[in-house]
Design a protein around this ligand. Sequence first.
Ligand SMILES: Cc1ncc(COP(=O)(O)O)c(C=O)c1O
Length: 388
Amino acid sequence: MESYTPRPSRRSDVAPFLAMDVMEAARKADASGENIAHLEVGQPGTPAPRLAREAVIRTLQDGDSLGYTVALGLPALRERLSQMYSDIHGLDVSAERIVVTTGSSAGFLLAFLSLFDAGARLALADPGYPSYRNILASVDIEPVRLEATLASGYQPDPALLAAARMKGQIDGLLFASPANPTGTALSREDMAALVSDCQTHGTAMISDEIYDRLWYGEKPVSALALTPDAFVINSFSKYYCMTGWRIGWMVVPPGLVRTVERLAQNHFICPPHISQIAALAALDAEDELNGHLEVYRRNRALLLETLPGLGFRDFAPADGAFYLYADVSQLTNDSMDFSRRMLTEAKVAAVPGTDFDPMRGKSTMRFSFAGSTETVERAAHSLTKWLG
Ligand SMILES: Cc1ncc(COP(=O)(O)O)c(C=O)c1O
């Protein structure tokens, strides 16, 4: 009898997320007794805030059934997020427009599906967070690369958009401030120029603001301060140290809430109930969370002191997030191979730039300084021994 062999769809043919692959190789090395310095994955080394963990314990002890919630998220959490926008950003964002999501990753899917049909084209800067283009490709939306340069902080600008429009219709623009892998933020003027350009050309906007509370110089501006028409994506993963809880939110243009709700009901039913309870409590944990910012600030300074002397150059201005993105062309012409050797020889894990910029990333690397200062010190010491 002939056997049936399932075959993958064409749409599932997306690139692997190399940072996760490096994380897995580093985990295996740790398991075999190595003590790897983890500078690969963008996640805090600290747990969810104490208030969040306590809220979870209370809920479990009370025997709460933790059933489905409404698809848009617990009303109390949406109200509290609205309050946060007022307290932190001085912005009046109605709870009606706030949608709680299963991490920002679900927010992207909902935003893309709400705004675009198959075949649409969405512009985004390279280097950029790799899952953007991989999620887009998996739902038949074409990612259009804007080859951003160090001179503009690797951010998109109207000139890059104009050049892209010469080659074909652009239906949407995604920007991130501060961005991954570079940490660079758009100034208010530069974001306003993008918003105005998109409004003129009828281009939908998606603003990834998941690093908006992690900044080292000037406070990043939210697209919400400039327009109600952008989809603004955010997350509890980074500032709130809740990566594995899979909880985030987005702010949706007023006329599109019901569209998002219908998609969210069908794709996800609701975000994890227990994580929503934790997130609500995390919003009151500013004192603890701001303490972590001081650690990132120290880690960032330490790497910026050490790496340039070892041949890492042309750092993107790390205004925020917890990354440094550096040119490594003095050290290698193959960042993937360099990252493998760094792991096995120096016991330091970092991500090759090809993850973020398939065309030019062979000469760049990303370092995450989201871990402890001890980890970053150990990495700096090992790299100095390896390359110095
Ligand atoms: C820029 C950016 N957006 C989105 C995400 C996804 O985060 P979440 O855990 O909220 O799905 C990441 C994760 O690293 C990121 O760096």
